[in-house]
Design a protein around this ligand. Structure first.
Ligand SMILES: [Zn+2]
Length: 323
């Protein structure tokens, strides 16, 4: 570049917004970020044919910076990105910056500004990046296990068509969007910090019992606030159950049985969710998964790990325990 062109370019930098400047700095500091992203993709996803499972494909040129493959058996062509939630997303050099925005829990708009992408793109990226963390749940909780429900306001945020309200005879109908209707979420956490959660239609024995059955080890000891669904479920499943009696201010039974860990988790979850100003109920599980993921990794989480998990085809929870 000529001196004069360079000087003009420098002058033009003054017109950049703060977000643009910050992205530019990031790209200058990490000039290799597209290659880093490609490395993460190619390191973690073996080139197995996504159509038939054949594991030894031919190399077949390149596509968008990635090695392209052709299946020996069925002729399908693909890359190691093809079958992941991030397939067909563009601007790979910004994916690690976006992963960092997810770690920091930025809102859709702030993450869009950080990466200089449209807010609709930021929204699409968010839910693609969160698809696998959402679906990865620990298989079993054991030892002393605490269970409790927490509630989120029902929200149809972002939906063009509001669902028709069900009119029940003899019941007061809640208005849509007033925040009076709540969605219960069952949160279960053991003393190793392994946590899972489930969005419920309604919190009762019928909804809670099968979830406890599928999640808890047979010899787990259940702690709850003593509400009927837990008592009934524990009885049906033959689980040892300790109920704290908050109305009588009995918060700990026999020195060990309490629900303080799960309640503390719920508080952290609520406090963290506050920044999003109410999330659409449709996407609530993505946020729950996102929070579980942040809690599971804590300070050791890096953008590379977040991207690896977003791309992982196998259960990312297993991936967490391997590393
Ligand atoms: Zn194939």
């Amino acid at each position: 570049m000529k001196h004069s062109d360079f000087n003009n370019w420098l002058i033009s930098l003054k017109t950049l917004s703060r977000g643009q400047l910050s992205l530019l700095l990031n790209l200058l500091q990490h000039p290799d970020s597209q290659n880093q992203t490609i490395q993460v993709i190619e390191k973690n996803n073996p080139p197995i044919c996504s159509a038939c499972g054949e594991p030894h494909p031919y190399r077949w040129g390149r596509q968008a910076g990635l090695q392209r493959y052709r299946c020996r058996s069925c002729g399908h062509t693909y890359t190691q990105l093809s079958n992941t939630p991030l397939a067909r997303l563009r601007l790979k050099e910004r994916w690690l910056v976006y992963s960092q925005a997810l770690i920091e829990g930025l809102t859709v708009r702030k993450a869009a500004a950080r990466c200089q992408i449209h807010k609709d793109t930021s929204f699409r990226w968010r839910h693609r990046f969160l698809e696998l963390p959402n679906h990865s749940k620990p298989e079993q909780l054991s030892g002393i296990v605490e269970a409790d429900e927490t509630f989120f306001a029902k929200s149809f945020k972002g939906q063009r068509k509001l669902p028709r309200l069900a009119h029940k005879r003899g019941h007061m109908t809640h208005e849509v969007g007033t925040g009076t209707e709540k969605v219960p979420v069952l949160v279960i956490r053991d003393r190793q910090g392994v946590t899972t959660d489930f969005k419920l239609q309604i919190a009762n024995t019928d909804s809670i019992e099968p979830l406890l059955k599928s999640t808890l080890a047979r010899d787990a000891v259940l702690c709850s606030d003593g509400a009927a669904p837990y008592r009934m479920a524990a009885q049906h499943l033959g689980l040892t159950h300790h109920a704290v009696n908050l109305s009588k201010k009995i918060r700990v039974v026999s020195g060990a049985y309490h629900i303080q860990n799960v309640n503390a988790y719920d508080s952290r979850l609520k406090e963290w969710m506050f920044r999003f100003h109410g999330v659409a109920t449709k996407y609530l599980e993505n946020y729950l998964g996102w929070r579980r993921f942040l809690e599971r990794w804590g300070k050791t989480l890096t953008p590379e790990i977040a991207l690896t998990v977003a791309l992982a085809k196998n259960n990312p929870f297993q991936l967490l325990t391997q590393t």
